[in-house]
Design a protein around this ligand. Structure first.
Ligand code: ATP
Ligand code: ZN
Length: 284
């Protein structure tokens, strides 16, 4: 018995999905035209699909779990469960209008035509804001719709905003923030639930390790107490005496988010020879 996971066949989610599975020590062969593959070292079968189809396949049980953008999950409204945020493919579903338009609030959209590939999410947003607008569903190249007179505004995925800019548009509001998520069928067998928990344990330790760094430094012994307060680590730092009297080497773990502040504080406390290394897996 194998757990079946659906991932995107090609596109923005593929590389990071493969990377995540590899970092979970799950290896499989994925040739360019493969539709399915079996992992060598975990009871997992990988199905390569269009991302838009993944929620439905997971709801129907063709796949047990899947990796897909939250934006697609919300648009497809399938009966599935979001198991974990995965922290990649971050983007936002935004409203944009031609640069010259003076957009002051969402009521600008009243009576307008809006092009989008996300009609369900957009309609919900318009309803929530009491706006009557006409939705034009397009499957791609939404950003050109205002330029060719097909729509007055668009609602599309944005990461940097450069595509909007190149098409003479400006971003005027965020409808949804999205990232890749792990989704699951609602009725997995006990056996499959167990496999999912195993996979989830690995994913969480990979996610944690990405947010942390291993840090080593030298410090005079009279500063150790202050330094331990700055980098308390998981339970506590390890302290190893150096061969020079009065000095120690201290090893700990720091969070990526306040990394540079921590380094400044450590230097102020007299830390020297600070080394920082990536952590591959982190199990608390
Ligand atoms: P498919 O052929 O599989 O349907 P697609 O064109 O729908 O591919 P991609 O463009 O590869 O899909 O995007 C997949 C997902 O990546 C999106 O649904 C979204 O969650 C995420 N994403 C991240 N950044 C962006 C971005 N700048 N533009 C579009 N999608 C993005
Ligand atoms: Zn798609």
């Amino acid at each position: 018995m194998k757990l079946k996971i659906a991932i995107q066949k090609s596109g923005r989610l593929l590389d990071d999905s493969l990377k995540l599975l590899r970092e979970c020590s799950i290896d499989f062969n994925n040739g360019p035209n493969k539709l399915r593959s079996e992992a060598y070292n975990f009871p997992l079968e990988v199905l390569f699909l269009r991302d838009d189809d993944i929620p439905q396949y997971v709801a129907d049980g063709v796949a047990d779990i899947g990796i897909v953008g939250e934006n697609v999950v919300l648009e497809k409204k399938q009966d599935i469960r979001i198991v974990e945020q995965l922290g990649f493919a971050k983007c936002r579903l935004s409203l944009a209008v031609p640069k010259a338009d003076d957009f002051d609030s969402v009521s600008f959209l009243d009576g307008k035509r809006i092009a989008t590939s996300y009609p369900v999410i957009l309609q919900q947003f318009l309803d929530d804001n009491n706006i009557q607008a006409e939705i034009h569903e397009l499957s791609g190249s939404v950003e050109i719709a205002p330029g060719i007179g097909l729509a007055d505004a668009i609602c599309d995925l944005v990461s940097s905003g450069s595509t909007l800019f190149l098409n003479g548009l400006k971003e005027v509001g965020v409808v949804l923030k999205s990232e890749a998520v792990l989704i699951s069928n609602q009725n997995l067998t006990d056996e499959k639930e167990k496999l999912l928990s195993k996979l989830l344990f690995r994913i969480r330790s990979v996610k944690k390790s990405r947010k942390h760094k291993y840090i080593l430094l030298n410090a005079p012994n009279d500063k150790l107490e202050a330094i331990c307060k700055i980098i308390p680590g998981m339970r506590s730092p390890s302290i190893i005496p150096l061969t020079i009297p009065g000095w120690s080497s201290l090893h700990s773990v720091v969070n990526e988010d306040d990394f540079w502040n921590i380094i400044e504080n450590l230097k102020e406390q007299g830390a020297e020879g600070i080394l920082v290394a990536p952590i591959e897996k982190m199990i608390l």
